[in-house]
Every structure is written in structure tokens, then in C-alpha cells.
Write a protein that binds this ligand. Sequence first.
Ligand code: R5P
Length: 294
Amino acid sequence: MKIVSGPASTELGEKVAGLLGLETVPLASKTYPDGESYVRLESKVENEELVIVQTTSPPQDTRIMQLAFIADAAKRHGAKRVTAVVPYLAYARQDRVFLEGEAISVEVVARVLKSAGIDSLITVNIHQEKVLSKFPFPTRTISAIPLLADYLRQKGYQKAFALAPDRGALRLVEEAAEILGGECGFLEKHRDRYTGQIVTEKKTLDVYGKKVIVFDDIISTGGTIAAAAKIVKAVGASAVCAACVHPLLIGDAEKRIIDSGVDEIVGTDAVPSHVSKVSLAPLIANALKEHGSG
Ligand code: R5P
């Protein structure tokens, strides 16, 4: 097995290769003046089982095309099998038709990747796991929540209240609470499908004087986390941390979150950023070990 670190996940790919003692295939990549992407594998991949590590955070479409081009180059030059490790899988939230006339974007992405030569895919905390059953190749989603919770436990958040800012994140906080050793709960969030505006219902939560960690899969504009943080601050939480797997942090998301009363934002290197304090490398290395022996 050899690893190619895609342009979006260079450090993560190198870390995974280091942990597994695997050789990496050097990759040349560039963007042409008109915005088109170019990639070239700089060593042989014939008969190899190749793993491409490439996240698809913004600019999503570019990252997806780079991934597809690497897969095509690999198969074209004789790779036996190509596995994509895509820590953040773009378009995963458009996993069904919400309004008449829409596309199921994530299924289109999956078909593009299949036609480029990808044989299987590992991702991390995909928004809705059930969409993976529609992918045209074997897939697996692994959870970064134990790593995040363990990091926070060691940083003084032991027994903190794990709060889901909406029902969709309930499974995340149940997983986190097992490691943190505290309680967990959730809020109700409603999104206007036309404007994207969210409304989070106020709720009485037993968090007075307690440390609270708001867990979500993705932080995009920060609106979801900020709404949840305001609610727990208003009922007396002593400290609030925002934890997520995919810190997209679009525009002024960080300021918005801090202004809502959050003391700290912690994310993973699924999306490299200055809040990516937890590396997914051990989690991915482990998944690849299982993948290889499976
Ligand atoms: C959607 O339900 C997701 O789990 C996140 O809650 C959402 O993507 C966060 O987006 P934003 O930061 O823009 O509120």
C-alpha cells in the first residue's frame, strides 16, 4: 500500500503514512491561470494499492476534481486498487431532495469519483450515514468524536455537559458523553429551506455553573453554534466550548461564535485551520489497517 497526499491534505496524508510506515507517492500539482487543476504522480504506482488522502473543504469543486484526477492518473498508470480517504466529504448535506426540483448533490459526487477510478472511500463523520448506502462503491464513515472528547477531557472538560445544537448531532453528544463522563442533551433547530435561516428553540437545560461543550459535525457560518451558546450562557453555563469535526469557519464565523460567549473552538484537521487542534491521523491509520486486512 502506498499513500498519495492530495493538495488539500498534505500534512494529514504525510502523518498517516508516517504512522503506518508506508511510502508516499510524490505529487506535483498546480492551478492554471484560468483556474483549472493539474496533477501528476511522480513515482510508479503499477500494481499498487493506492490510498489518496484528500479532503474536499472549500474550494470544494476544485478539491473534488483534484481527487478525481489523482484517481484517474493512478488507474491509468496501473494502480490495482484506489481508496479515497476524504475526511470532509463536500455536498454531504445535500443528501436528499428537500425541495422539488433539487439534485442529490452528494450522489453526483460519488458517481464522479467512481468514474474516475475510485474503488472505495473512507470519510469522517459524514452528515447522514445512510446516504453512503447509495454510493456505487464500498464506503465507510469513521467517527472523530472519541478523539475530540478525549482531547477536551484532558484540557479540563471532564464531566462537561455535551450539548447537541440540533437533533442531528444527538448521536455525537451521546458518543462524547461516554468519554467525558458527564450528561448530554440536545436543542431543537429549524432551518428555512429557502433562506437558510435557522431558529433554535429556547430550552431549560440543567447547565447552571457547568462547563458545556457544543458538538457539531460541521461549523460553517457559525450560526448553529452561536445560537446554542447564547442559550446555555443565558441559563448560567460557566464555560462554553465549541467542538466540531469539520471547522469550515466561513467568513466571520469565528467572531460570531466568540461573540456568542464561546471560550474556545476546537476542530480536527479534516479541514486544516488554526482551530484544528486534533489530528485524525491515528484514526485514519487505524481504519486503513482494518481496510487492508479486510
Ligand atoms: C447541519 O445540520 C449541520 O450539522 C451543522 O449544524 C451546520 O452545517 C452548521 O452550519 P452553520 O455553522 O452555518 O450554522
